[in-house]
Design a protein around this ligand. Structure first.
Ligand SMILES: Nc1ncnc2c1ncn2[C@@H]1O[C@H](COP(=O)(O)OP(=O)(O)OP(=O)(O)O)[C@@H](O)[C@H]1O
Length: 708
């Protein structure tokens, strides 16, 4: 069942040894029945953007894209930077905002929406987002455990994860941490391969990859694409990926090619047919030139390349031609004029424009039309736009595109067998998700000792400072003020500290959650619950520790039940702060925004907590705030707890009213009818449940907002 990893590592991709080993590694799902054909009809995608002079305008990123992506084939999506490759992938894979999408996507004849598409596919995003405290082995096993069917036994899942790791040359760093910008871990290329592996290990029916080879050396890029080709060919998968600058070896691994320019199709078909198509438009790829380089340098970016040429005095004038090449590392190299290439070059743009008007390349009339179009265009940018428009129009009128449209109209020619159940990925059962998420979160906490130490240090330090400031409060009138001040400070600090702590930690962690949830690894309930289960001990231990330090340093009433209520209130304040922190963090995608907005939520809750403004003198339009303020209930609970039964021994100078005691203080604060600690901690508990509910909904909204 498992791949002979050493063999696979030691042999070149393509060699019989590595291919058969790979086939052995991926045998868990039946290939035939999960074949999926994706059809995009008149696909468009637009967004609203604000422009300085025009205000809000609609930007069409994709337009009229008609394409069929066949199973058992690799489909490379190519195009100049900004042509819409990533957008195309996101739209087809169901990761784009639905309201911007027009046209239709069907799979085996079934209409698809984003959620449905994500159930049959895996997606490797352009940016690698992997929890930094996991090792390569753990990340792969985690993905395999969560996304492979429950019928696959655990040892096989682990073996599969390890096989894929070694197949992607990750064997040497299996136990290295992924790392991040602060903690060095695996290299960028290794991280890229790990992202590919985490999706590949689950062997979805459709695999989308956004630049799977970026950051890889030529050999590893070849290896990755070769593996993808094996996945497609031997397992009937539909593999669609965007790619920049493939080497000619990599280019020849592609089965099909979709070339986009300005968000529209300029070629779709077998990769080897691309050269022929563009040659028919006058762009003849010279022998021994990498077709992908020619596509980028001479067809998609011709004027930009020429502009750079023109700016160098040592370079040839006019014609453009194949005057450039690429070094082994992909950097542009400008060569001396090549008369042969120059002779071929002018036909290119001209013919494309001409073909758009239904003329044959090479036809003298075609050149005139193109020259006319370019002359009309005026500036160089306009000429380039006209040339690209010509390429788009030429493709729309091509026999291949016409055939595709005809087959759309007639139906039947395209796959309409529906989606087999085998193709649908299923979540692991809830309990397994919970178990894996809890153990990962616990490991994450242990491997992030700084966060833990920071929280511990902050708790001890602040508690000692407060304890020393209010050390041994007296039992006279000054003591009343000190008791109130210290209680209020502890309540506010308990909530503020917790909100800010959660905002910073969860703000960073949320990105990983959004990515993994979007990739269908686990559900929201399991994540939410695991987070609280793992964090709960901290939300209990730290406030209780703080209570232990300050309670006797300050000298509150020395009674066990009073300490108990005090500590419980502190725990609830901390937990409420955590709930509010998650809620605020999910309202904003940006961490700094969330941090700067948090005081706006906290300050009103603090002001109307009963310390600054007596509840009886709060203006009517603000009274509602006190009823939703956890700080108010917390402050009432600890104040009533502390002052009930407290004897106040005023000094003669303090002129206290006769019988002035703790109960009188409670009455002065307006807390006499607010109930004692049991009632107020009960309300705090209810608020905590409400905040957790809000946090859950906000988290759900955050993943929906990203269209994931
Ligand atoms: N949400 C958005 N708002 C505004 N413009 C956008 C948005 N998304 C994409 N674009 C624009 O649409 C165009 C296509 O973007 P896309 O990321 O799909 O290009 P690409 O071909 O993948 O480019 P690259 O190869 O550089 O990654 C770009 O001009 C980009 O700036």
């Amino acid at each position: 069942m498992t791949l002979d990893v050493e063999q696979a590592n030691g042999s070149l991709p393509g060699s019989p040894r590595s291919t058969s080993a790979f086939k052995k590694a991926l045998t868990a799902s039946p290939p035939g029945r999960a074949r999926l054909q994706i059809v995009a009809r008149d696909l468009g995608y637009s967004v609203q953007v604000k422009e300085r002079k025009k205000g809000e305008v609609t930007k069409h990123i994709l337009k009229d894209v008609n394409a069929v992506l066949e199973p058992q084939r690799t489909i490379a999506v190519m195009g100049a930077s900004g042509a819409g490759k990533t957008t195309f992938l996101n739209v087809v894979a169901g990761f784009a905002k639905a309201k911007g999408v027009s046209g239709s996507i069907t799979v085996n004849g079934e209409d698809m929406d984003g959620a449905k598409m994500r159930r049959v596919s895996g997606f490797v995003h352009q940016e690698d987002v992997i929890l930094s405290t996991m090792t390569v082995r753990e990340a792969l096993v985690f993905a395999a455990m969560l996304k492979l069917p429950g019928s696959v036994p655990r040892p096989q899942k682990v073996a599969r994860a390890l096989s894929v790791a070694r197949l992607l040359s990750l064997g040497a760093c299996l136990d290295s941490l992924v790392g991040d910008s602060l903690t060095k871990g695996i290299s960028g290329g290794e991280k890229r391969r790990l992202s590919v592996g985490m999706e590949m290990v689950t062997e979805p029916a459709v695999l989308f990859l956004d630049e799977p080879s970026s950051g890889l050396d030529a050999f590893n890029a070849f290896k990755v694409v070769h593996i993808l080709r094996s996945v497609a060919h031997h397992h009937g998968r539909t593999v669609v990926f965007t790619i920049h600058q493939p080497s000619s070896e990599v280019f020849h691994l592609f089965d099909d090619l979709l070339v986009l320019a300005a968000g529209q199709v300029v070629y779709l078909g077998p990769a080897e047919g691309m050269v022929e198509w563009f040659a028919s438009l006058g762009y003849r790829c010279p022998t021994y030139t990498n077709p992908a380089d020619y596509l980028f340098m001479e067809i998609l970016n011709a004027s930009r390349f020429r502009a750079e040429e023109g700016s160098d005095a040592s370079l040839q004038g006019g014609g453009g031609g194949a005057g450039g090449s690429r070094s082994a590392d992909g950097a542009a190299i400008v060569l001396p004029p090549d008369p042969a290439a120059a002779a071929l070059a002018p036909a290119g743009p001209a013919a494309a424009t001409a073909a758009g008007r239904g003329l044959e390349a090479g036809d003298p009339g075609a050149r005139d039309v193109a020259a006319e179009a370019e002359a009309e265009a005026g500036t160089e940018a306009e000429a380039e736009d006209a040339r690209i428009e010509g390429l788009i129009a030429a493709w729309k009128k091509s026999p291949q595109a016409m055939r595709l449209l005809r087959s759309f109209r007639q139906g039947g020619a395209l796959e309409d067998s529906g989606i087999a159940r085998e193709a649908l990925t299923r979540h692991a059962p809830f309990w397994l998700q919970l178990l894996l998420l809890c153990s990962r979160a616990a490991r994450n906490a242990v491997r992030n000792p700084l966060v833990l130490r920071g929280k511990l240090g902050q708790t001890v330090f602040l508690s000692l400072v407060v304890g020393l400031i209010f050390l041994n409060v007296s039992d006279d009138l000054t003591g009343v003020q000190d008791r109130l001040g210290s209680l209020f400070f502890l309540i506010v600090q308990g909530m503020f500290g917790s909100v800010m702590g959660v905002l910073t930690v969860f703000g960073a962690e949320k990105v990983v959650f959004q990515r993994e949830y979007g990739n269908g690894m686990y559900g929201l309930p399991a994540y939410f619950l695991s987070r609280w289960l793992v964090e709960a001990p901290l939300h209990i231990i730290l406030p209780v520790m703080s209570a232990c330090i300050v309670y006797w340093m300050i000298g509150y009433q020395n009674e066990p039940d009073k300490f108990g209520w005090f500590a419980l209130t502190m725990v609830l304040m901390d937990a409420c702060g955590a709930g509010l922190g998650i809620f605020i963090s999910c309202l904003f995608n940006d961490l700094s925004m969330a941090l700067s907005v948090a005081p706006m939520f906290l300050l009103p809750l603090m002001v109307f907590s009963g310390f600054f403004v007596n509840s009886k003198s709060i203006p009517p339009y603000f009274t509602w705030i006190q009823y939703i303020s956890p700080m108010r209930y917390g402050f009432v609970a600890v104040s009533v707890n502390e002052f009930t039964g407290l004897q106040i021994n005023c000094t003669p100078q303090q002129e206290c009213a006769p019988g002035y005691d703790g109960e009188a203080v409670i009455a002065n604060l307006g807390f006499a009818d607010q109930g004692g600690p049991p009632r107020n901690t009960g309300i705090l508990f209810a608020i905590l449940v409400g905040l957790l509910g809000l946090a859950y909904v906000a988290l759900w909204g955050a993943v929906r907002r990203l269209g994931k």
